[in-house]
Write a new protein. Sequence first.
Length: 379
Amino acid sequence: MDAEHSTPDRTAPEPRRSRSHDPEGRRGAVLAAARRLFAAQGYKGVGIRAIAAEAGVTPGLVMAYFGSKDGLFREVVGGGTGVTEGVLDDPSVGREELPHALAHDYLDRWDRLPAHDPWPALIRSGLSHPPSAELLSTVLDRQVSEPLRRLLGDCDAADARIAMIRSILFGVIMERYLFAHEPATSVPTDTLEPVLTDVLTAAFTGRVPEPEAEPDPEAARRPPVREAPGASGPAVFAALNECTARYRTLIGRVVKRHGLSLAAFEVLAALRTVGAPYRRTMGEIAAAGAVSAGGVTQHADRLVEAGLITRERDGQDRRIVHLSLTPAGLDLVGRVSDDRRTHERELLAGLVPGDQRQLAALLGTLRRSLTGPEASGGH
């Protein structure tokens, strides 16, 4: 009997539905892909085709679901409840406790922000993309200003207080988490939180908190905390040396993809860091610690030959040689730097932002102790 007239086998299990018949699954896959890519590259750096490829669907399907890239971006970043709403709607938080609750919850959320959270992408995109700036303003109005207005509407200068609270919180996010400016990025959370609480208290109430009592002088005479196992000097520096070696190996591979050695890239980077006209002497590059004095000459020869830098002797002292980036060199070092930063973020993915800041602060303290007069035996 042919297939057209055969009796169906009613005992056979029904075939599993493929994702092509699962519109909600495909829509979720598109949102997840967009969240990852927008978080990593911002609004401008991502196209519909890249999102579709990441999600395993066609660009047309993305457009059918969301209408445009703007529509998809708004869907990714516009939903959810903000920290401010959550704190103000919590019946267990009294009015006097609000500044501390906001300071704690904001710092805790951003310290533990997942790598693919869309908020950093929205804020960065808002700096250069007007629709993102408009969306950011709308979300902040809903998640911050409106709940604060419900609380402070009967206070004097309520609008001014709301503006200051919003500016304080947003400023901390920008300085500490997005731009990683010092000293904001290195201050431990348990040190920053009470200070932020004081500032928010003044914005909420107009009262400046009383300074805390002086620390107990007996604390300095208490026995020191016992050293944890494995925290000896040799163990610490052995771990630092191993991390440095592995880091240079991994980043060296990234740089090599662009046709450069890590040392040659560091010469280009040393020129870029001084800003236009991107010009330094060979001695200045060596003194900056990029490469050794002999290595600068060796790498300069190759970089000149590749058209990435120019070399010129000083008009006053022929012994001094100036190196300058060419447009091609400036373009290349920018692309390599972007690639390097992406991979550095991946290398740190095992640490939440709070741990990263604490590690940076500890390493900064160690660096100062290694470069201070104590390190050279000075008095």
